[in-house]
Design a protein around this ligand. Structure first.
Ligand code: ATP
Length: 511
């Protein structure tokens, strides 16, 4: 039994195809412009998807802005919110390093015309001196695909191979590399920079002077308003500014459903502090952020903390005190992990850049430190909201051959789009009226679903697939003694409670 349970929640047996299909079937996520065949890298959130996303967003906002954590001194931290524009003065993106710097080296394949991110390709060299060329693969390629391609090129996979990232292969040796979809070696071009920012024009004329960008991250809007916030609110160092919102990146290879899309949402907080305290706060936020993901129901074994390697360090990060990623074991990265959130020590990079480029003084005069003047250091927990939502969906997706739907979403009640469903057993005998009465009472307190039509088994199956923790059923006995059935999602166990106690029951179970 235990083994079976383990199997059913093991990411290995979670097939992304099934998760994507469930998301569409039940109204979580649709391809954008679906009726026109979609548009690569863009997604729409359906009736349940928007509820799930809002729940995660609201829990983040609560944890950051409404009830920020208690700091090491035993007092609550100060964090305020912000909602900055998607389009800012283009000079801001020059200062931040995004114009000019925000690009991924890309390689094109002359044979297949496909384009790849250089750091996303690996080259496998057969472990046999007879062969001097290697096959390249996407870093997420599965073993079956690798084996098949080895066989196709009449190479022995079983004798082993040497694996290198394409970034480690000198470009003059590309003549020995066979592109991931190519038949001949030597078709990959030298890496070229590719800017990820979407460009637009502001106003009636389209010229270099009216060129602007859709923001590629929410963080810069915070730095641009650092002075406004300081001047208009009562915050003192250390403090944070938090923002949730859309970001746009013209990703070369959008993939893995909403994991890497071209329009996505971020939840970012910039924590400003005295430079001497940055290290301490970095540790603090790493701990807090991991706890927060677990509070959404993510299991500890599915999360890891990964310190960035030297070559991944951002332009602003300090070696040894750089970025740590919180990573989740997605079905498509299994047995590896994929980034959910990065916690970076940005030093004073951004504010110094904006001070230089704007000519505005961004120093802080610290009354607690003898009016010392300094540019604060910044610790930035930067999380993906849409990517986080995918992690929550993958974690919750549970295969269970013992129930009619064959699967259920084991959402933590906090994130579940609907906390309970009210289901009249039949569409007659006063059941629907009684159900509506209960629905009207509960909906004032919890998001609940009233579902009247179809046989009860199908309705339970639907609620299982949308992850509703409790179903309340109104039946003949309700009309006699005022009791209803409660069905618990995970165990499918049923008990009878008084309909008058339904609200108290939900409050006790869900809070
Ligand atoms: P990656 O290495 O995956 O490209 P990143 O390190 O560039 O991500 P950040 O700039 O640190 O990402 O952004 C913070 C968070 O925003 C990421 O941890 C991720 O959750 C989310 N994110 C970044 N790019 C995308 C994207 N294209 N689609 C969805 N979410 C994204």
């Amino acid at each position: 039994m235990q083994a079976a349970e383990k199997m059913s929640t093991d990411p290995q047996v979670k097939d992304m195809k099934d998760i994507v299909a469930l998301c569409k079937r039940r109204g979580f996520i649709f391809p954008a412009s679906d009726i026109y065949g979609g548009i690569n890298g863009f997604w729409d959130f359906g009736p349940l998807g928007i509820e799930l996303k809002n729940n995660i967003r609201d829990l983040w906002w609560k944890a950051m802005v409404i009830t920020p954590p208690i700091g090491p001194d035993g007092h609550p931290l100060q964090i305020v919110g912000l909602d900055s524009a998607l389009v800012q003065n283009p000079k801001a993106w020059v200062a931040s390093g995004h114009v000019g710097g925000f690009s991924d080296p890309m390689v094109d394949c002359r044979e297949t015309k496909k384009r790849y991110r250089q750091d996303h390709l690996v080259v496998l060299y057969p472990n046999d001196p007879q062969y001097e060329f290697g096959l390249s693969f996407h870093e997420e390629a599965e073993e079956v695909e690798i084996k098949q391609r080895f066989k196709k090129f009449k190479l022995s996979f079983e004798d082993g191979y040497i694996k290198k990232s394409l970034t480690e292969v000198p470009t003059e040796n590309y003549i020995y590399v066979i592109g991931p979809d190519a038949k001949e070696p030597g078709t990959l071009t030298e890496p070229k920079e590719f800017n990820l920012m979407f460009e637009t024009y502001v106003g009636a004329t389209q010229s270099e002077d009216s060129k602007a960008y859709l923001r590629p991250e929410t963080a810069q809007g915070i730095f641009l308003n650092y002075k406004n916030v300081l001047d208009s609110s009562r915050v003192k160092m250390p403090f944070g500014i938090a923002q949730v919102g859309k970001a746009f990146r013209n990703e070369v290879n959008p993939r893995n459903f909403i994991f890497r899309s071209r329009e996505f949402e971020q939840m970012e907080m910039e924590w400003f502090c005295h430079p001497s305290e940055a290290k301490k706060w970095r540790e603090f936020w790493i701990e807090e952020r991991k706890k927060w993901w677990m509070s959404l129901g993510m299991s500890e074994s599915a999360l890891i903390l990964r310190e960035h390697d030297k070559d991944e360090l951002s332009h602003y990060a300090k070696a040894g005190e750089g970025t740590i990623d919180i990573e989740f074991q997605f079905p498509f990265t299994y047995p590896g992990f994929g980034e959910l959130e990065g916690i970076a020590h940005r030093c004073d990079f951004d504010l110094t850049q904006h001070q230089e480029h704007s000519g505005q003084k961004l120093e802080y005069i610290d009354p607690e430190r003898d009016n010392e003047r300094y540019i604060p250091h910044v610790i930035e927990p930067a999380a993906g909201l849409t990517r986080g939502m995918l992690a929550v969906l993958c974690e919750a997706y549970t295969v269970d051959p013992d129930r009619p739907s064959g699967v259920y979403l084991n959402f933590h009640p906090k994130v579940a789009p609907k906390k309970a469903a009210i289901l009249p057993l039949t569409a007659k005998d006063g059941h629907p009226e009684k159900a509506e009465q209960l629905y009207m009472e509960l909906r004032e307190h919890f998001p609940v679903d009233l579902d009247i039509k179809q046989n009860i088994g199908k309705r339970y199956a639907r609620q299982d697939e949308i992850g509703t923790p409790y179903c309340f059923t109104i039946d003949g006995q309700t009309m006699e003694d005022g009791t209803i059935t409660v069905r618990e999602r995970n165990t499918m166990a049923q008990e009878r409670i008084s309909m008058d106690n339904a609200l108290a029951y939900l409050r006790e179970k869900i809070g």
